[in-house]
Design a protein around this ligand. Sequence first.
Ligand code: CDP
Ligand code: CDP
Length: 224
Amino acid sequence: MEKRISIAIDGPAAAGKSTVAKIVAEGLQYIYIDTGAMYRALTYKSLDKQVDLHNESALMDILNKSEIELLPGETGQVVLLDGKDVTKEIRTAAVTNNVSVVAAHEAVRKEMVMRQKRFAEKGGVVMDGRDIGTHVLPKAEVKVFLLASVEERAQRRHTENLQKGYPSNLEILKEEIAKRDKFDSEREVAPLKKAEDAVEIDTTSLTIQQVVDQILKLALERIG
Ligand code: CDP
Ligand code: CDP
């Protein structure tokens, strides 16, 4: 039987990680795991319960009682929180602007990483996030670090918002993205960082298909 490898895709916000990870997973018939959605789901539930996001034990109380499932859906990944579909709710500005604070807690990360490793146990997985190549799947056969200028990334989110009919301001998006990247890169536990053995791809002037092709090529080399 063909070898089923693990593919780790990391990088800053809106670099195209989930878009390309999903297509690569479909191409190889692997499962796709969006780890950011897990931190978002916890943030959503904690905001809903009006918990202080700086209180690690309060967050852990919630996380330990929460089931977060990631399932393939017709139009992308479906996120179930305690059995309820929260796919849309976890993408609001309130969640986006608070998720990095939640994700900076050591105990939260430890539990999330344990759950993520479990998802990947059997191989045949494409996982995207910030610490996949460095901490979650340090032995992944393919590691990719996606980059793009902050202007390009803000523009991509802006276009996406307008297409969905959401209100959007390019300058505010640029500031929010830069702020979140800085916070994610400077936190003490498992900061956003390229793994030493990751292949860096600057996607600023690449199409989605070009990025997908590069990753598939790396994957096929490893699958043999
Ligand atoms: O899609 P977008 O780039 O906006 O973000 P995301 O992948 O949904 O991740 C949201 C946030 O979760 C990030 O800004 C990080 O603070 C955190 N995160 C993390 O710390 N580690 C991961 N493996 C994935 C996400
Ligand atoms: O997951 P992450 O936050 O890294 O980014 P994303 O949500 O997958 O992608 C952000 C947006 O950039 C999406 O609307 C993509 O269609 C677009 N895009 C891309 O992902 N890659 C390119 N090379 C060009 C555009």
